[in-house]
Design a protein around this ligand. Structure first.
Ligand SMILES: [Fe+2]
Ligand SMILES: [Fe+2]
Length: 379
């Protein structure tokens, strides 16, 4: 079925789907987030692993792995490949060729972790039947989930508004069937994402895990409002010993803190109370916040926090709020030097397969709730 998906509704915190993509120019940025003193071991409910996960030192790695014919960046101590916003029309059970190509490329970069900014399927329509929702996840399993598992790649992801929106209206979940479907898919042992979970009590909506020496926090930014109870959990998780002992902390959520594209600069398309949320992430030394939803690639920072706008691999490319660049689809390889917290991005345009020159992107973007700056211009 092909209901046209143009706009979506965002209730309470609302959200939509769409996007633009871009490739990256390699750039190195050095940041040294300062972890707070770690005294509390306050991991919540389900704590499966209190020991920092060690690097896969026994795994043989190439010095600069990449798909044949593509630019091959030098790998860091840890490599993450970031994808986002894979879907097409409402109810789609298939993916466009660029998405399939990106998934096929993943093992060739030899990442330690694949992260996804959400919108993995195309729900958020009450016109879809239960069978159609189930068929979407079967399509995800066939084209995305199974190939990533077969390649034995750990897969950390956040829920998008099209996967399982947490939107609430009159005290009731607006897309409860979507929420049930996404929970069911990801809690099926056959779909194990191969993560070293720290706290998976509310997986897949909000959870934490460690990969190599990096602590990752996933919050539910499928709407613009993160509930206060979840914010308490965020603080508890980030202040825990395991988080603070990690070499680096990364947070990921579907909605960004600040808008970057046209048509998605309205309330509901970015998180409410962004300044407060950023202050919390900064307080606990989070290095980078990764987001999806905007469908525009932009590597930025604000204050002490780096912002990776993951762009889009599927449909609905969008123009950045500044400049007049042609929108592109992107996938980003992040190489991390753990001792110095240096990160290098190599972003590819998934249509031309060329690397995006970061310097062609606007030096800053004035979002409705504040200016963010291209990360290579950090003073
Ligand atoms: Fe999207
Ligand atoms: Fe979205």
């Amino acid at each position: 079925m092909a209901i046209k998906r143009r706009q979506l509704l965002i209730l309470g915190g609302l959200a939509l789907g769409g996007g633009l993509g871009g490739a990256v120019l390699s750039k190195i940025l050095i940041r040294q987030p300062e972890p707070i003193a770690s005294t509390t071991n306050s991991s919540t409910a389900v704590v499966n692993n209190l020991e920092p996960a060690k690097s896969n030192i026994n795994v043989k790695r190439s010095p600069n792995p990449a798909p044949k014919g593509l630019f091959a960046p030098t790998r860091g101590d840890m490599r993450i490949v970031v994808i986002s916003d894979l879907n097409s029309a409402y109810g789609s059970t298939d993916y466009i060729p660029q998405v399939k190509q990106a998934i096929a490329f993943l093992p060739d970069w030899e990442p330690d972790l694949v992260m996804c900014g959400g919108d993995m399927v195309a729900g958020q329509s009450n016109e879809l039947s239960d069978a159609e929702i189930a068929a979407m996840w079967q399509g995800f399993e066939k084209h995305i989930g199974a190939p990533i598992r077969k390649a034995k790649l750990p897969f950390g992801f956040t829920i998008g508004n099209h996967d399982g929106s947490g939107s609430i209206y009159n005290g009731k979940l607006s897309f409860e069937r979507d929420r049930n479907a996404v929970r069911k898919y990801w809690n099926d042992p056959k779909h194990d994402p191969n993560l070293k979970f720290v706290d998976r009590a509310d997986f897949p909506f909000h959870y934490t895990f460690q990969q190599n020496d990096i602590f990752c926090l996933v919050w539910d930014a499928s709407t613009a409002t993160i509930p206060s109870e979840q914010i308490k959990w965020v603080e508890k998780s980030l202040s825990s010993e395991i988080a603070q002992k990690a070499k680096l902390r990364i947070a990921i959520g579907h909605l960004p803190l600040y808008a970057v594209v046209k048509g998605r600069e309205t309330t509901g398309n970015y998180l409410d109370d962004a300044e407060r949320l950023r202050a919390i992430l900064e307080k606990y030394g989070v290095h980078t916040y990764i987001s999806g939803h905007q469908h525009g690639y932009y590597p930025a920072y604000k204050g002490k926090l780096e912002l990776l706008y993951a762009g889009v691999l599927g449909d609905d490319l969008r123009h950045l709020l500044s400049g007049n660049l042609t929108p592109i689809r992107t996938i980003t390889v992040v190489d991390i030097k753990l001792e110095t917290s240096e990160t290098t991005y190599t972003t590819y345009d998934m249509d031309s397969l060329k690397v995006v020159d970061q310097k062609t992107l606007p030096p800053f973007i004035d979002a409705p709730n504040g200016r963010i700056t291209r990360r290579d211009l950090k003073v």
